[in-house]
Ligand binder design. Structure first.
Ligand SMILES: NC(=O)c1ccc[n+]([C@@H]2O[C@H](COP(=O)([O-])OP(=O)(O)OC[C@H]3O[C@@H](n4cnc5c(N)ncnc54)[C@H](OP(=O)(O)O)[C@@H]3O)[C@@H](O)[C@H]2O)c1
Length: 228
């Protein structure tokens, strides 16, 4: 028997980050992952009030139906895309890879929540900002979260590789990107420079001729957005 009230299921990337964060905040919780076996899971569920499903989206519903649906616990998950009417949703708008962050950084992470009073009740020790997200807006919300996160990373990686091929030092690209991100944070895209904002057609033509497909289409698409 334990006196833990929160049970966190899963041991993947997100779980590792939140185990670290909760431990440092003094949140009382217990954990379970697949290798612990189903008997221990059933026992831990009996001792919990709240169960966090920090597992792959495809397994959230299945685990809920199998172990939690007919129990007395309230379940929550961390997905920005998955929806189940009986499971609370607390999506941290952040990327979690294998590298942990500083404790102070975790406190800045915003949560998109389906129920703000439940979020406060389950996590009274978390001072993280949160906003309510309706199920209707979740599809668009998560699509843009993916574009901003994985999409931006892939875009930057392509640029870094294209520059490297023609001998631009990585350090030069990184200083350039650092300033671009800082400018974006300061001015939210109102400080864009270059041929698109100068309407310099001859340079735009040269840029387009230098690119091949599909980068040429990407260039055109982004340019059209800039002029709007
Ligand atoms: N990583 C991010 O950047 C991020 C950001 C925001 C939200 N999220 C959300 O967080 C959740 C977890 O994502 P993640 O990135 O941590 O994924 P992950 O690194 O792939 O880890 C998934 C975890 O789920 C476990 N799992 C999968 N199916 C299971 C089952 N049937 N029974 C028991 N355990 C099972 C895996 O166990 P095994 O190790 O045994 O396979 C693993 O521990 C997802 O809902 C995701 O949308 C992730």
């Amino acid at each position: 028997m334990t006196d833990d009230k929160i049970l966190l299921i899963g041991s993947g990337r997100l779980a590792k980050h939140f185990i670290f964060y909760f431990q440092h905040l003094g949140v009382s919780f217990s954990t379970w992952s697949r290798h612990d076996g189903p008997d221990l899971l059933k026992e831990k569920i009996k001792n919990a009030n709240f169960v966090g499903l920090a597992v792959s989206d495809a397994s959230i519903g299945e685990l809920f139906e199998q172990y939690l649906k007919n129990s007395n616990v309230k379940a929550f998950h961390f997905s920005g895309a998955f929806h189940h009417p009986e499971i609370l949703s607390f999506h941290p708008l952040m990327t979690f890879s294998d590298e942990l962050y500083d404790l102070e950084f975790y406190k800045k992470i915003h949560f998109a929540v389906s129920d703000s009073s439940a979020f406060k009740k389950i996590f009274p020790l978390l001072s993280n900002p949160y906003f309510t997200l309706s199920n209707e807006d979740k599809g668009l919300y998560h699509a843009w979260a993916v574009l901003l996160g994985a999409g931006t990373q892939n875009h930057l990686k392509s640029g870094l590789q294209a520059f490297a091929k023609i001998g631009v030092p990585e350090s030069a690209t990184l200083v350039y990107l650092e300033k671009i991100f800082q400018q974006f944070i300061n001015h939210k895209g109102q400080s864009i420079t270059g041929p698109w904002v100068r309407n310099d057609q001859s340079t735009i033509e040269k840029n387009l001729n230098a690119l091949s497909l599909p980068d040429q289409n990407l260039y055109k698409n982004l340019m059209e957005r800039t002029s709007k």
